[in-house]
Design a protein around this ligand. Structure first.
Ligand code: MG
Length: 166
C-alpha cells in the first residue's frame, strides 16, 4: 500500500476516536441538562464513531499494516444550548467529510482500487451523518419548550446498529 495513504488512513482512524471523545463530552452535557433522550442519542453517536475507527483498523490489519494509536486534546465540555451542541456537531461532521474526501482523492491518485471501494462506505456514511445533524437542527429551531421534551423522548429510541464486519 502507498505510504502516504497508509499514514492518512491511520490519521483518520485516530480522528474517528477523537470524534467519539467529542460526542462523549456532549453526551455528558445532556446528562447534566436532564435531557435523557439527547444523552442516549449522543451515546449511540459515540459508539458509532468507535465503530468507524474499528472499521478502519480492521481494514489496515487486513492489508497487513500495523495501526498506530495517538492521543488528542480535551474536547469541548461546556455549551450554552442544545442548538450550540448540534451546530458544533454538524461542523465537526463537515470536517470529517472533508477528510474522508481527501482520503478518497489520495486513493484515486495512487490507483488503490481496494481502498477506493472501502472508502465508498464512508463517503455514503458522511451524507447520513450530516443529514442527521441538519435535521435535528431544523427540528430544534422550530421547537418551544414542550416540543423539546417530546423530541427528547423520541431520541431515546435510537438504536446502535453494528457495522457488518467484512
Ligand atoms: Mg465518523
Amino acid at each position: 500500500m502507498d505510504k502516504k495513504l497508509i499514514k492518512e488512513i491511520n490519521k483518520q482512524l485516530n480522528f474517528e476516536l477523537e470524534s467519539a471523545h467529542v460526542y462523549l463530552a456532549m453526551q455528558n452535557y445532556f446528562a447534566d441538562q436532564s435531557l435523557a433522550g439527547f444523552e442516549h442519542w449522543f451515546n449511540i453517536q459515540y459508539q458509532e464513531e468507535v465503530a468507524h475507527a474499528q472499521k478502519f483498523m480492521n481494514y489496515l490489519n487486513d492489508r497487513g499494516i500495523k495501526v498506530e494509536i495517538s492521543g488528542f486534546g480535551n474536547p469541548k465540555n461546556e455549551f450554552n444550548s442544545v442548538l450550540e451542541v448540534l451546530e458544533a456537531s454538524l461542523n465537526h461532521e463537515k470536517e470529517v467529510t472533508k477528510r474522508i474526501h481527501n482520503l478518497m482523492d489520495i486513493a484515486l491518485d495512487v490507483k488503490d482500487h481496494a481502498t477506493v471501494s472501502f472508502l465508498n462506505w464512508y463517503i455514503d456514511e458522511q451524507v447520513e451523518e450530516e443529514a442527521n445533524f441538519s435535521e435535528l437542527i431544523d427540528q430544534v429551531k422550530r421547537l418551544d419548550g414542550k416540543g423539546l421534551y417530546m423530541l427528547d423522548k423520541e431520541l431515546a429510541s435510537r438504536v446502535f446498529v453494528p457495522i457488518n464486519k467484512e
